[in-house]
Write a protein that binds this ligand. Sequence first.
Ligand code: UD1
Length: 417
Amino acid sequence: MGKIIVNGGNKLTGEVSISGAKNAILPILAATVIGGNESTIFNVPDLRDVKVMEKILLSLGCNIKRIDKMMWVDSKPLNSTKIPDELVREMRSSIILMGAMLSRCGEVVISYPGGCEIGPRPIDMHLKSLRELGAEIEESHGFIYCKTEGLRGGEIQLDYPSVGATENIMLASVKAKGTTIIRNAAREPEIIDLQNYLNKGGAKINGAGTSVVTIEGVGELTDIAYNTMPDRIVAGTYMIASAITGGEIIIKNVIIDHIQAIIAKLREAGCLIYNDNNSLKIIGPKRPNSIEMIQTLPYPGFPTDMQAQMMALLSIANGTSIISETVFENRFKHAEELIRMGANIKTFGKVAVIKGVKELTGAKTSAKDLRGGACLVLVGLSARGVTEIENVYHIERGYENFHIALKELGADIKMVD
Ligand code: UD1
């Protein structure tokens, strides 16, 4: 299994261009099954999670061609309704295939999903909402059996603006009879991307990006060509690579609006950030300022997917910072690794208190999840000496050529088997 080795201390400089968003392409790929049509999708990132989704679509009978960043999916030949167990276990987001497959075939069998070890991550809202649209769902021996005589529109009030549940409902109701209204929907930009993809094929969805999404069921979907939005979390991660090394990086292909919460906190930490339409320059401070309070929240609040990377930066800040993680339970596993590198962090349930130290020292560490893994690479960039990060496969779920891009920016970094 791959290991990243970083020799810390280099300031990062140069340019990096941001790839397509993992959290946008996954629901879009799930959506390709709905229409029995052809989708040509551009700006598809080369990620482990995308490969898992590709394997799932192939196993269901879809035809797929991939050339560089383009993926062509023909879902006409789809001939199975069982999502392979071993692939679902590799990626929790495969759960969004439930809505898409119910819409296409009227049935689907899927096992309970896996994914990041960041808390219990239940799927009760997904199941409740799909039932409200007319799905019959039975859970038995770790499998979820769903079928329907025909989905029908309904009014769904989510208890929490869950990203995955909002997407699942959108996917299920695209071709349902009548209109579906989702209230307290998640407002993440990736949901707008899913709406835009589906509407290109003739779906009638409105309101994505707000807390009320309306889906008017349609009969057919036509062939679709679509360009995936850039990954705001990857952009934020490179911003911290600049911030933590006192570097100067230009980040291209980024939608500034999507990262306002990250920009605001990095300015508080002392970074200089200049932006134009879809690129920005970030100059890291000599030593970051501490930040009184960061609370992770659903969009447009500070993203939970940037919490670990922010903790990396604050671990060497001048002063004490507090992070309150409100979205997921048990999302501080990276703190233990940072402490082994000399960080002064105390966690109390969903709150972490980070007393900045001048410098961390390289150590052997292990990625426990995707963003926690990125956090360890980031601290490795600034730590004294050599940091080893094991279990790099977690990082490869969401970052394309991470160590190569960092090396091009001047990091002393390599990957070994
Ligand atoms: C998505 C993102 C993930 C991000 C998260 C929050 C994808 C592929 N993944 O995950 O990177 O960290 O949004 O921005 O897009 N919950 C329930 N019951 C449910 C569903 C969710 O209790 O039925 C809870 C979860 O346990 C969690 C919270 O709601 O505590 C938010 O989860 P959700 O927004 O659904 O995240 P995901 O869609 O899994």
